[in-house]
Unconditional design. Structure first.
Length: 170
């Protein structure tokens, strides 16, 4: 797993079970944990942080809710209700995702034999090209239960995070 060197003054991995800042971003690589101010919406592609967070066309911003390891909850964010519910997102309601420390491979219908490699738990509902998207959960409890099931006895760490924002950068 590769990390962006951002935020510069804080190198706490989102997989660490510590009380710290709880926002992180994913755009191919992942940032370290940061404050809302450091990681919040990057309003335009011209924001200077885009020079640091290069990679994917979409920058996803998440707020960490819980950590799961080997089928057990190892951390719950006591500061989760910080007043920031949803940012610039295509979603109008709150959703949760699972991000893991294990690389997953997904078949994409339109890619032929090429596979998508991702640390996220992606959609597998069978619709055309569905695995290009994160698997979404309406509540953190549903995401926690799913993460407990997939991580049990697999030496896998899972982050349960609220989808805060997604910024299209192309």
């Amino acid at each position: 797993m590769k990390f962006y060197n951002y935020p510069h003054n804080n190198h706490v991995s989102p997989f660490e079970a510590v009380d710290a800042d709880n926002y992180f971003a994913v755009a191919g690589k992942i940032t370290y944990l940061g404050t809302f101010k450091e990681i919040r919406n990057i309003a335009t592609p011209f924001d200077t942080r885009n020079n640091i967070l290069t990679g994917s066309y979409v920058l996803n911003i998440f707020k960490r809710y819980a950590l799961i390891e080997n089928g057990k909850v190892t951390y719950l964010n006591k500061k989760f209700n910080d007043g920031h519910e949803i940012g610039a997102s295509r979603f109008k309601c709150i959703n949760y995702i699972i991000y893991t420390n294990v690389l997953h491979k997904y078949k994409i219908d339109s890619w032929g034999t090429n596979l998508l490699e991702s640390y996220s738990v992606n959609n597998t509902d069978g619709t055309y090209n569905c695995s290009l998207q994160f698997r979404l959960f309406r509540t953190p409890d549903l995401a926690i239960q799913y993460a407990m099931d997939i991580s049990n006895n697999k030496n896998m760490k899972c982050i349960i995070a609220q989808w805060y924002a997604d910024i299209d950068r192309h």
